[in-house]
Ligand binder design. Structure first.
Ligand SMILES: Nc1nc2c(c(=O)[nH]1)N[C@H]1C(S)=C(S)[C@@H](COP(=O)(O)OP(=O)(O)OC[C@H]3O[C@@H](n4cnc5c(N)ncnc54)[C@H](O)[C@@H]3O)O[C@H]1N2
Ligand code: MOO
Length: 421
């Protein structure tokens, strides 16, 4: 039997055949969380024109005097949004508002508080007395000092955060080319499952996996299609896959990947080229992945184990990077995962199985020594502990070679409170 793959090797294996989805152009207001499909070069400079950083009076620094106070004659006013061409001659000042274009001849602004004038609404004075010293060029924002036309503001593969979108707006864009957001299908398999809210009969349990996956996906902005529970019949599953391939860009199933007699996903999809592997992790050991040829296209198919905590852990470790790769995100999956890791002290002893990296749900606490965490249930990483997933804020990680750790050990923890994008 093959040795289990490491989490890293498995990730590399499943991401290798995935290429980004098609490019679409969307308005900035619809693009948050999507990934830029092109380098975006500024069309406008920022600032677009030289302007004042303060409400005050603009003048030429040649008029600065070491003798304070000194007086300038006020010859006009310029407010933000004004396109009026004003000129400031020697010995003159122009009243100016924050963001207003600096008049020709002026290169310095004195804030109103450093003059004899009262801040706030007031008639235009005939003269202004400057009472405190001002440096030449003070309070002036030069055109293009942030970026100039042609400067790259967002790179292909960057995730469009609210801040990135505001940057694009500021340099002249109203829309942006992005990789389309994948549509995702979720199939839970198992004859024992009944839909959430339906009273289970003998030997039956509620289907919590499809609720978990579809909610995780919709929380990240994906369009999700949940397929009514497929039975443990391979024919029915194959037919469902063919239908779904027409409508979605990724199919995720849960259950039926292990060594059971009725492991339907394994039985049905091995013939489609889906590869079933053991990964050296706990929970989440049995995993399946393949590019499935259906409806005339190749669709990534992720077959997760049925145990609910295994689904939760596998979603964060594998499905999220698959989705990020489908969306053309730059960089590599291990860096994305590392970006979600913090260090926290575990307040109790932990045990871990040999040869498998353990991921167990924790909640965060704070004590006199700072950030710490504790398991959400005394059974730690048990893959069936779905009811206490409600409290999971992080996934603590125990290295594969570690079997036991004392209380108060610092551990890496995937912080699930942080957004993936
Ligand atoms: N002989 C072996 N047995 C098992 C092995 C093994 O290596 N050898 N691996 C164990 C591990 S580890 C896992 S994980 C599971 C994976 O099992 P399957 O993917 O085949 O999943 P099922 O057998 O269908 O279900 C497992 C478990 O999860 C419950 N389940 C399934 N679907 C749902 C759902 N939608 N909502 C809630 N709960 C669900 C199901 O009732 C089972 O209790 O295999 C071990 N066995
Ligand atoms: O890998 Mo299984 O997910 O340990 O229970």
């Amino acid at each position: 039997m093959m040795n289990p793959l490491s989490v890293e090797s498995y990730l590399e294996k499943i991401l290798a055949p995935i290429s980004p989805s098609k490019v679409v152009t969307v308005p900035l207001l619809e693009a948050v969380g999507m990934v830029a499909a092109e380098d975006m070069a500024a069309k406008l400079s920022v600032p677009p024109f030289t302007n004042s950083a303060m409400d005050g009076f603009a003048f030429n620094s040649a008029d600065l005097s070491a003798e304070l106070p000194f007086t300038l004659q006020v010859v006009g006013e310029v407010a933000a949004g004004s396109g009026e061409a004003l000129r400031c001659e020697a010995g003159q000042a122009i009243r100016i508002m924050t963001g207003a274009p600096l008049p020709a001849g002026a290169n310095t602004v004195v804030p109103v508080e450093l003059t004899d004038q009262e801040p706030g609404p007031a008639d235009l004075p005939q003269a202004v007395q400057v009472r405190e010293s001002v440096k030449p060029g003070a309070n002036v924002r030069q055109a293009g000092e942030n970026v100039q036309p042609g400067d790259i503001v967002v790179k292909r593969g960057d995730v469009l955060s609210p801040a990135a979108l505001s940057a694009l707006a500021s340099v002249g864009f109203g829309q942006v080319p992005v990789y389309s957001r994948p549509r995702v299908a979720v199939i839970s398999t198992g004859d024992e499952l009944v839909p959430a809210g339906v009273e289970p009969g003998a030997g039956q349990i509620p289907d919590s996996n499809s609720v978990l996956l579809s909610s995780l996906l919709s929380q990240q902005g994906y369009e999700v299609q949940v397929t009514p529970i497929a039975s443990d019949s391979p024919e029915q599953l194959l037919a469902a896959l063919q239908d779904l391939a027409n409508e979605v860009d990724l199919i995720i199933s849960t259950g039926g990947v292990s060594a059971g007699v009725y492991d339907v996903v394994k039985a049905a999809t091995s013939q489609l080229g889906v590869d079933f592997t053991k990964v050296a992790m706990q929970p989440g050991k049995p995993q399946g992945f393949g590019m499935v040829n259906a409806a005339g296209k190749q669709i990534p198919f992720v077959a997760l184990p049925g145990n609910p905590v295994s689904v939760f852990v596998s979603f964060h470790l594998f499905v999220t990077p698959v989705l990020a790769t489908l969306q053309g995100r730059s960089g590599d999956a291990l860096t994305w995962l590392e970006a979600k890791q913090i260090s926290a002290r575990i307040v109790h002893e932990v045990k871990s199985p040999k040869g498998r990296r353990q991921f167990f749900p924790v909640r965060f606490l704070r004590d006199e020594d700072g950030l710490c965490c504790e398991r959400t249930h005394a059974l730690g990483s048990g893959s069936h502990l779905v009811a206490t997933l409600a409290q999971a804020q992080g996934l603590a990680i125990i290295p594969a070679e570690t079997l036991q750790l004392p209380a108060d050990t610092e551990l890496p923890v995937i912080d699930l409170r942080l957004p993936w994008f």
